[in-house]
Ligand binder design. Structure first.
Ligand code: SF4
Length: 429
């Protein structure tokens, strides 16, 4: 659900590097980390996500992911009743019963995530102990892990970070002495396949992905692993990989032609790829993607955009929109500003860009209304009221559900921003 959270109101604005950063904490409008199940259950094809939560959690997952009649979904909610919340029953006994029943009914499950929620956190149900206990019972056929998707103090993409971080301890160590490349963050299969072809042409590899498509094909990790983040919201996962000895390759994120080129170049440098080969392999892709962007640049250049903090993709998106589509950035919000992971992105933003970290939603709405942007990127909870006020919006969650990384998706990404403007123009015509 969209959660409007109350935190202590606090606000400051500081000039850091060349950008002005507004830091605020107050009410926030975000989806919770359970939302990640929507794309993660499609990505890891033999995993099941069992939310230990309330009817509200069940409702969120069912409406966000859609439930097909006759299909057996790979997510469900073990609903905690009032007597569980009041501590009148042993929730662990009930959980063991549900998990046993589920695994007996679904022999296709190889990996089961117990996903914590606000209610399970409030009653301090220890899902890590439950995962350990149940793993002992069902191992080696089914591996059972846990993470939290709770909406308390988190934003929706952190669900993926928590899920992937929970996988890192069970990833096997590397055995070969050669370097391998690990791409971290879920990407659409079609995007992964494109990157695999590019890395092959560049002579970079072996290449592995986290999350994998099958839990039985986990990547390996060790000091000879170099990893590239494909998503900017994976702070805990990156830290866990570094603790296993893997080294992060410093790069911007693969959004747009420039971001994709620099992301690939970071791996090419680590593998000592010849510059001429890099140019030969990437040039046709770059040329085609730049051609495809041309018509969208015509539509978007000079348009003023305001990004509310939501998906944590905002800063890489702002860089793409300003540098490749000539959009004007009014304010770029992000729930958290990970300065190390975003260093290259921040350098590429126009000097003087106003960033905001955290949110006091009412103050931010005031700034947005005063600026009268051409386009606002925000969560679902803000989009409808803003549309009713005549402000054109783009749902930030769509940017997570749509394949947007890589050369072949650059124009699709631009189109996501052009479409609402075209629709608005038709409505007023
Ligand atoms: S985890 Fe919390 S925020 Fe998310 S749906 Fe459940 S109760 Fe709501």
């Amino acid at each position: 659900m969209t959660v409007r959270m109350q935190a202590c109101a606090a606000s400051d604005a500081v000039r850091e590097d060349t950008h002005l950063t507004i830091r605020q904490s107050g009410q926030r409008e975000v989806f919770c980390g359970l939302t990640g199940i929507v794309w993660l259950h499609r990505k890891i094809q033999d995993a099941f996500f069992l939310v230990v939560g309330s009817r509200t959690c069940a409702h969120l997952i069912q409406s966000a992911a859609g439930v097909m009649i006759f299909a057996e979904p790979r997510f469900a909610t073990a609903i905690m009743e009032e007597k569980d919340l009041a501590g009148l029953t042993d929730a662990n006994i009930e959980l063991d019963r549900i998990v046993t029943q589920l695994i007996e009914r679904r022999p296709d499950i190889r990996l089961l995530f117990l996903v914590g929620s606000c209610p399970s956190e409030v009653i301090k149900l220890d899902l890590s102990r439950a995962a350990l206990r149940l793993s002992q019972k069902f191992s080696p056929d089914v591996r059972i892990l846990n993470y939290s998707g709770s909406g308390i103090e988190t934003t929706f993409t952190q669900g993926e970070d928590a899920c992937l971080a929970s996988l890192v301890p069970v990833i096997p160590p590397t055995v070969a002495s050669e370097c391998s490349l690990l791409i971290v963050g879920s990407l659409a299969d079609v995007v992964e396949d494109q990157f695999v072809r590019l890395f092959e042409s560049l002579g970079i590899g072996p290449v592995q992905f986290l999350p994998p498509r099958k839990s039985t094909a986990l990547p390996s990790v060790g000091p000879n692993t170099r990893f590239l983040l494909a998503q900017p919201f994976l702070a805990d996962t990156a830290r866990a990989l570094e603790e296993r000895g893997a080294q992060r390759l410093v790069a911007p994120f693969p959004l747009g032609v420039e971001g994709t080129t620099r992301w690939l170049a970071a791996a090419a440098r680590a593998w000592g790829v010849d510059e001429a080969l890099f140019e030969k392999v990437t040039q046709p892709y770059r040329a085609r993607a730049q051609r495809a962007l041309t018509s969208y640049k015509h539509e978007l250049a000079g348009r003023r955009i305001f990004l509310f903090p939501d998906s944590q993709l905002e800063i890489p998106l702002a860089r793409f929109l300003s540098r490749e589509l000539a959009m004007e950035l009014i304010e770029v919000g992000t729930p958290y500003l990970h300065r190390a992971h975003l260093a290259e992105e921040l350098e590429m933003l126009p000097a003087g860009t106003t960033l905001s970290e955290g949110q006091d939603v009412d103050l931010q709405l005031d700034r947005c209304r005063a600026a009268r942007p051409d386009l606002v990127v925000c969560g679902l909870g803000l989009a409808n009221p803003l549309e009713a006020e005549g402000i054109t919006t783009k749902w930030s969650i769509e940017l997570i559900f749509t394949p947007i990384q890589g050369y072949d998706q650059a124009a699709d990404l631009a189109e996501l921003f052009a479409r609402p403007l075209v629709r608005r123009a038709r409505l007023v015509a």
